[in-house]
Design a protein around this ligand. Structure first.
Ligand code: TPP
Ligand code: MG
Length: 580
C-alpha cells in the first residue's frame, strides 16, 4: 500500500485519509492503524512478539505513526499512561499473547482505576489452534497434562480491567465494527479497551470505504428534562448559599472540560473562593487572586481546610472522591453542603443522581449561571509556612521549593509514589501540568511515564519540559526505561532521591528492618551514560548546591542525597493522625 497519511484527521475530515489509498481493500491491521491515526495519535508503544509481528509489519505501510519500543510491557503501560495524561488522548499499547499482555496488566489496571484511555492490542494465537489441544508457548497449561488449554483465558482476565473487549474474527464487516466499537467505548468511558487480533487474521481484507464512516468518539451530552432539572436544582443551591466555594477536581482534565472550567472561573472571579484537590492540581492557575489553596482535609494547610469546611456550599466539579483527594479520608465535607459533578453521576447536597453526569450538565450549568445571584465568599487569611533557609541538610522541603521555582507554564511535572508525593499537595505549579498515578500508586511509574509524556509533547509540538521526581526504591523497579529516553532523544529533567531505601515504608513501620533496605551501591550519576546517553548526572548534597543549580539542555539526571528519615511535613501529619 502506498503511504497514505499526511493530512491531520483531527478536524474530522476522514475522507482525506482514504482518498489517497488506491485500493478498494486494506488489511484489518491497516484499518486499525488508520483508525488510530484518525484519532490524532502519532505514536504506538509496546514490545514485539511472534504473535503480533505480522500486525506490526503494517506499521511501515502507514506514514506518520511511530513505533516506541519499550524495555518491557509494564513500562510500556506506564508510558501509555504518561502519554494519555499529558496530551489527553488515547494511548496505544501493543503486546504479545500471554507473557506480554499479562506483564502489562498491572499498568493497565492503574489506567482503568484512574480513567486513562488506552487501546491495548494483543496479538493472539492463530484461530486454527484455538480449539486444538496443542501445548503452545505462552499458553497456560491446563489443570491436567491431558486437558486442553484455554486460549481465551487471558481475554477473560482482561475483561475485568477494561471497559470494552473485541476479538477479531474472520468476517470483515464484523471485524471493522468490532474495532470501531472498542475505540468508541474507550473514548466514552475514558478507560482501557482491548482488541485481540489472532496472528493468522492480520491480513484479513476489509473495505477501505469503512474508513469514511466517522468514529463518533466524542461524548454526546444528554440534554433532556432530567439534565435540565438537575441544572436547575444545582443553580438554586448555588443561589441560596451565603458562603460558596468552588473545588476543582480530577475529572475536569480527564473529561477535557478545562475550557468550560475556564468560563466558570472567569464568571466567578473576584466573587467565589477557588480550591483544588490533590489530583485536581494543575487545572487552576494557583496565582489567581481568588485561588485559596489545595484542600487536603486535616493534612496540609489548616487555614485552607477551615475555609472549605466553613463554606455552606461547596461546588465540587470533576469530583473523584478517593483517598488522595480527601487528605487520606480526613476531609470533613458535610454531604448536605456539597454539590458534586462526577464522570458518571451528580450528587446534590446528599442526593445521588446516577443517570446524569458532569458531561451532561456542566456546560449548561456554566452557561445558565447568573453570577449576580451568587453571594460573595467570605475572605480568609491563609498563613503559609515559611520555606526553609540555611544550608544544611538538604531535605524534601528544599526540593519542593526548587521545583516550584523552576516550573514554567508549559512544563509537565511527574512525581512517583513515595515520600515526596506528600510534598506536592502544597507545591505551586505555575500553570504546569501535573502527571502522577497517586491513586493506583505503583512505584516505578515515573520514569516510563516520563517517556510517554515526552513523546506526547513531541507529537503535539508542545513547548516546555518534563520534570520528574522519583525515589531510589521506585527507580530500581523500572530504571532501564532511561534507555528509551536516550533512544528517542527526549530531554526530561530527572531528580533521583537517594535516601538509602524505602523511606516512606520506614516511617510507617520497620525503620531499620532489612525489608525496607535496597541495594545502595548503584552509581546513579552514571545511569544515563550507562544506557548510551552522553551526559553524566550530578550529585546534589546540600541546600546551597540545589539553590545554585542551573539545569542545562538535554536529558539531565540529578541525584539528591537526602537523610534516610527525612519526609515532608504532610506525611508526618498523616502518620501522627494514624497513631492518635
Ligand atoms: C509496585 C509497588 N510495589 C510496592 C509498593 C509499596 N511501596 C510504596 S512506597 C514504597 C517505597 C518507595 O521508596 P522510594 O521510591 O525510595 O521513595 P522514598 O519514600 O524512599 O523517597 C513501596 C515499596 C508500591 N506502592 N508499588
Ligand atoms: Mg528512597
Amino acid at each position: 500500500m502506498a503511504p497514505v497519511l499526511q493530512s491531520d484527521a483531527l478536524s474530522g475530515q476522514y475522507h482525506q485519509l482514504v482518498n489517497s489509498i488506491n485500493s478498494d481493500y486494506i488489511t484489518i491491521s491497516e484499518y486499525i492503524l488508520l483508525r488510530i491515526y484518525q484519532l490524532g495519535i502519532r505514536s504506538i508503544f509496546g514490545v514485539p512478539g511472534d504473535f503480533n509481528l505480522s500486525f506490526l509489519e503494517h506499521l511501515y505501510d502507514v506514514d506518520g505513526l511511530e513505533w516506541i519500543g519499550c524495555c518491557n510491557e509494564l513500562n510500556a503501560a506506564y508510558a501509555c499512561d504518561g502519554y494519555a495524561k499529558t496530551c489527553e488522548k488515547m494511548a496505544v499499547l501493543v503486546s504479545t499473547f500471554g507473557v506480554g499482555e499479562l506483564s502489562a496488566l498491572a499498568g493497565v489496571a492503574g489506567m482503568y482505576s484512574e480513567y486513562s484511555p488506552l487501546l491495548h492490542l494483543v496479538g493472539t494465537s492463530a484461530t486454527g489452534l484455538k480449539n486444538s489441544d496443542k501445548k503452545f508457548h505462552h499458553l497456560l497449561t491446563g489443570s491436567k497434562t491431558y486437558e486442553a488449554s484455554d486460549h481465551y483465558l487471558y481475554e477473560k482476565v482482561a475483561a475485568n480491567f477494561s471497559c470494552a473487549q473485541g476479538s477479531i474474527g474472520s468476517d470483515a464487516a464484523n471485524a471493522c465494527s468490532t474495532v470501531d466499537r472498542v475505540l468508541r467505548e474507550i473514548h466514552w468511558c475514558l478507560r482501557p479497551g482491548y482488541l485481540f487480533l489472532p496472528c493468522d487474521l492480520t491480513e484479513l481484507k476489509v473495505p477501505t470505504s469503512r474508513l469514511h464512516e466517522p468514529l463518533m468518539v466524542d461524548y454526546v451530552p444528554q440534554i433532556n428534562s432530567r439534565s435540565t432539572a438537575v441544572v436547575e436544582a444545582i443553580l438554586q443551591k448555588i443561589y441560596s448559599s451565603t458562603n460558596p466555594a468552588l473545588l476543582v477536581d480530577y475529572f475536569i482534565s480527564r473529561c477535557k472540560m478545562a475550557s468550560t472550567l475556564g468560563k466558570l472561573l472567569s464568571k466567578l472571579d473576584g466573587r467565589v473562593n477557588v480550591y483544588n484537590t490533590f489530583m485536581g492540581k494543575g487545572l487552576v492557575d494557583e496565582s489567581r487572586g481568588w485561588f485559596v489553596g489545595t484542600y487536603q482535609g486535616a493534612l496540609g494547610n489548616s487555614d485552607v481546610a477551615r475555609a472549605v469546611e466553613e463554606s455552606d456550599l461547596v461546588l465540587r466539579v470533576g469530583a473523584f472522591d478517593v483517598e488522595m483527594n480527601s487528605g487520606a479520608f480526613s476531609a470533613k465535607l458535610q454531604p448536605g453542603n456539597v454539590v458534586s459533578l462526577s464522570i458518571d453521576s451528580v450528587s446534590i447536597c446528599g442526593e445521588l443522581v446516577t443517570d446524569v453526569n458532569m458531561r451532561d450538565v456542566f456546560e449548561m450549568l456554566v452557561e445558565q449561571l447568573d453570577v449576580e445571584r451568587v453571594a460573595r465568599s467570605r475572605r480568609y487569611e491563609i498563613s503559609r509556612p515559611p520555606r526553609p533557609t540555611g544550608s544544611e541538610p538538604l531535605t524534601m522541603n528544599d526540593l519542593r521549593t526548587h521545583i516550584e521555582r523552576s516550573l514554567t507554564p508549559n512544563d509537565v511535572l511527574i512525581v512517583d509514589t513515595g515520600s515526596f508525593m506528600w510534598a506536592t499537595g502544597s507545591i505551586e505549579l505555575h500553570g504546569a501540568k501535573f502527571v502522577n498515578q497517586f491513586l493506583w500508586a505503583a512505584i516505578g511509574y515515573a520514569i516510563p511515564a516520563t517517556l510517554g509524556a515526552c513523546i506526547a509533547k513531541r507529537d503535539s509540538g508542545a513547548p516546555g519540559r518534563v520534570i520528574t521526581v522519583e525515589g531510589d526504591g521506585a527507580a530500581e523497579m523500572t530504571l532501564q526505561e532511561i534507555a528509551s529516553l536516550v533512544r528517542y532523544k527526549v530531554d526530561p529533567v530527572l531528580y533521583l532521591l537517594n535516601n538509602d531505601g524505602y523511606t516512606i515504608e520506614r516511617v510507617i513501620q520497620g525503620p531499620d528492618r532489612s525489608y525496607n533496605d535496597i541495594a545502595t551501591k548503584w552509581q546513579w550519576t552514571e545511569m544515563v551514560g550507562c544506557f548510551g546517553g552522553g551526559k553524566k548526572g550530578r550529585k546534589i548534597a546540600s541546600r546551597s548546591d540545589l539553590s545554585q543549580l542551573s539545569v542545562g539542555a538535554g536529558l539531565q539526571l540529578f541525584e539528591l542525597l537526602l537523610p534516610k528519615f527525612d519526609v515532608p511535613e504532610e506525611l508526618t501529619q498523616l502518620l501522627a493522625r494514624g497513631k492518635s
